[in-house]
Design a protein around this ligand. Structure first.
Ligand code: NAD
Length: 473
């Protein structure tokens, strides 16, 4: 077992108090991290504030260089990092590898983003220009499903915009992020990036800290609401990436054999613990029987197990609380007599937070497993009749994160996409995000956006400077 330290003001430090981190595959302690509170937070924020004075004046090229060095440090140590990520998060090695290389790729790509000045007016009377200035010290709070990707997607735009950051990983998955902190310690100027760990209680301290100017948060909608409230005291800027209950809609012209496997992974990747996983799959009645059978047949070929073992396709649930929530939703489906195509037979007594791949056969629309975000390896298949009906059912959610349409008729797909109340809709693919394309939720799935120039702008204020040219002075 290793102790991992925090990064504050360019130094790896601890406070002598520790939190244990478990491997969800076997419930063994795999590392310890500092249990920080107000004192450590104050020190990290003060360091970020000091560093901001110089960092905000750096050129785009200087920032780009630092961010590219972060990308190189992650990529250069990818082998060690993805193994550690599987150990604390549970995801299979191949998916952990994707996350680590994805995070390095995101950093490298986003290092090139710049927000150019915009000329509003340039004539004989006035020159008016909008420039973007960094908001200041950012508080970043991230969840446990993609701990590295989420940390990087907060740190990188903050730095590129000229901000400094204090980042808090989830107490369930802080290890890989702290190992990255160690790797980048000498790459980032002291105080620009600070990473501190603690229980959930540290979150509100960040949200309410008077010397933090902006919060960027990814996590549940329930916590997002608390953050909005906490940040309102001094009107901090906020970006919230929250939960989702994404619908996939499969039209009758889709090729059953070709889409079955893709639909499976759109729900079961990372054991379903993906904000943009397909959490409700609507299949047209003409192909429902064939496609549900093809998905269930494919599911039987996928191995659930320890992510560090070769051949594992679906790992454990990341933590006990989420495990119990997913089991509760499955129990609710059993109690209500809903039909299972696979799964539904979990004995919760073994070691490790494993849930068998669970596919439900057309439960009612008001079933909890349909109406709520399950965030686990459970997929409800739902039968629909008409396009108008399925659009209404897909939109009947407090969430509005993403969705997908599967059809050979891509014009029809786009027509449906335009009627869905979500931030992203994919036609014939899933979970595709680009570093240059905004990603954010409608309704209770979020506030603002990440990625692309829209995401970068959220770390800045617009400042307008006008020069009166025909002034009488
Ligand atoms: P969570 O909201 O419980 O925790 C997220 C982070 O917030 C953790 O670091 C936690 O310690 C911290 N936190 C907890 N209480 C807090 C408070 N009162 N104030 C401030 N911070 C607090 O979420 P989770 O269970 O870690 O993650 C799962 C959720 O995240 C799911 O709902 C999922 O859909 C969502 N998610 C969304 C996206 C997205 O981009 N939209 C991506 C990944 C996950």
């Amino acid at each position: 077992m290793t102790d991992y330290k925090n990064l504050i003001d360019g130094e790896m430090v601890d406070n002598g108090e520790w939190l244990e981190v478990l491997n969800p595959a076997n419930e063994q302690v795999v590392g310890r991290v500092p249990a920080c509170g107000k004192d450590e937070l104050d020190r990290a924020v003060a360091a970020a504030r000091r560093a901001f004075k110089d960092w905000k004046k750096t050129s785009a090229e200087e920032r780009q260089k630092v961010v590219q060095d972060i990308a190189a440090a992650i990529k250069g140590n990818a082998d060690e990092l993805f193994r550690l990520l599987t150990t604390e998060q549970g995801k299979p090695h191949a998916q952990a590898q994707q996350e680590i290389y994805g995070a390095a790729g995101l950093a490298a790509a986003q290092s090139t983003l710049t927000l150019d000045d915009v000329i509003n007016q340039d004539d004989d009377t006035r020159l008016s220009r909008t420039r973007r200035v960094p908001v200041g010290v950012v508080g970043g709070i991230v969840p446990w499903n993609f701990p590295v990707m989420m940390a990087i997607q907060k740190i990188v735009p903050a730095l590129v915009a000229g901000c400094t950051i204090v980042l808090k990983p989830s107490p369930f998955t802080p290890l890989t992020t702290l190992r990255i902190a160690e790797l980048i310690k000498d790459v980032v100027p002291a105080g620009t990036v600070n990473i501190i760990t603690g229980e959930d209680l540290l979150g509100p301290m960040i949200t309410e800290h008077p010397d933090i100017d902006k919060i960027t948060f990814t996590g549940s909608t329930a916590t997002g609401k608390k953050i909005m409230e906490g940040a309102s005291g001094d009107l901090k800027r906020i970006t919230l990436e929250l939960g989702g209950n994404d619908a996939s809609i499969v039209l009758p012209d889709a090729d059953v054999e070709k889409v079955a496997e893709q639909l499976f992974w759109s729900s079961f990747s990372n054991a379903g613990q993906v904000c943009i996983a397909a959490k409700r799959v609507y299949i047209h009645k003409d192909i429902y029987d064939d496609l549900s059978k093809a998905i269930a047949d494919y599911a039987k070929t996928v191995v659930v197990g320890d992510g560090s073992q070769q051949g594992t396709g679906v790992g454990p649930i990341q933590n006990k609380k989420q495990y119990e929530r997913v089991l509760e939703l499955i129990q609710d489906a059993k109690d209500n007599g809903y039909k299972f195509l696979t799964g539904g037979d979990k004995d919760p007594s073994g070691t490790g937070y494993y849930v068998p791949i669970t596919i439900l056969d057309n439960p009612p629309e008001d079933a909890r497993i349909v109406a709520e975000e399950q965030f686990g390896p459970v997929m409800p298949l739902l039968k629909f009749d008409s396009i108008d009906e399925v659009i209404e059912r897909a939109n009947n959610s407090e969430y509005g994160l993403a969705g997908a349409v599967w059809t050979k008729d891509t014009d029809k797909g786009v027509e449906i996409a335009e009627q869905l109340e979500t931030g992203t809709v994919w036609i014939n693919e899933f979970m595709q995000l680009s570093p240059f394309t905004p990603f954010g939720g409608h309704k209770q799935s979020g506030f603002g956006a990440e990625y692309g120039l829209d995401g970068l702008k959220e770390f800045t204020y617009p400042q307008v400077i006008t020069v009166k040219r025909d002034a009488a002075v």
